[in-house]
Design a protein around this ligand. Sequence first.
Ligand code: GLU
Length: 343
Amino acid sequence: MKRIFSLLIAGVFFLTWNASGQAKKGKTEVVISPYQLAVDHAFEKCKDIKEGKNADYIKELASVDSNIFGICIVTVDGQVFYKGDLDSRVSIQSISKVFTLARVLEEQGPKAVMDKIGVDATGLRFNSIIAIELQKGKEINPLVNPGAIATTSLVAGADSAAKWKSIIQIQSEFAGRPLDINRPVYISEAGDNLRNQAIAHLLFAYNRMYFDPVQSTDIYTKQCALNVNTRDLATMAATLANGGFNPVTKKKVVSPETAAFTLSVMATAGLYDDSGQWLFAVGLPGKSGVGGGIIAVCPGKFGIAAISPPLNEAGNSVKAQRAIFEVSRELKVNPYLVEPRTK
Ligand code: GLU
């Protein structure tokens, strides 16, 4: 079944009652969900955008098809609305940081994350070394590389294999299916990630790395290479929207508190140094990855994802950002936008 729940067919054959209480046959009426309409409109508005360029500092990403473009919403009751490419898989990259953070929050609580990593935005590029130096390894937000590698190092597990098992498990539980690694992307990045290794070693020198720095960087690189499609990402976002309970598999993944803490960090640092601009425009917590995916979460309502590989200067997908902005505007889901009470 290609298009699941994409149309809400209401009143397909309904009976209406006339004034005398007599039943009569009504007409056929197809009501398209506002979610579907918003996704369709956003797709149309964004499909011809040509700006941006695939990431190429990870060589394998340069050859990913730049034309992949899909938008998907998964609601907290498990309905799926989409337009465009639902199935092509890209590497999750930085979006994985969200779910590893959720694992650590769930295992060790918010205080451990506050004390050992920090939750303030660095305001600097996602792989900034200056950001580490400025704070001597403190306040290295979990959603940019230094904090993310430190978060990976904090995941419970006696050795690298146990930590990796825990990470792939939590990412898969959020997605609602077993995820696998994009080997070419992993190999390409692992052979060329000296900067991330330097970050991990510098943190180690400041006693802010909680496992072997080489192995932590390797696990982090693997986690970034997990394959996801638009629907996987939307399901992951929807699980956060639904208080940590996956609305598709109907399984608890993390607690509502963990989901809330995770969303707060996404709101302040989800789109690298463009996070302020994102929140200003969209009003929803989001997270981007250099593979071209972006997720956003409308708490209590839905998760949304869009994939399109070409990125802007800050490393965010140009089309995916715009598409999610358009959907949020049409659905009026910015929580800061309220109808004033005048009486
Ligand atoms: N694996 C990528 C890196 O560490 C992730 C970056 C991203 O998506 O922002 O450079």
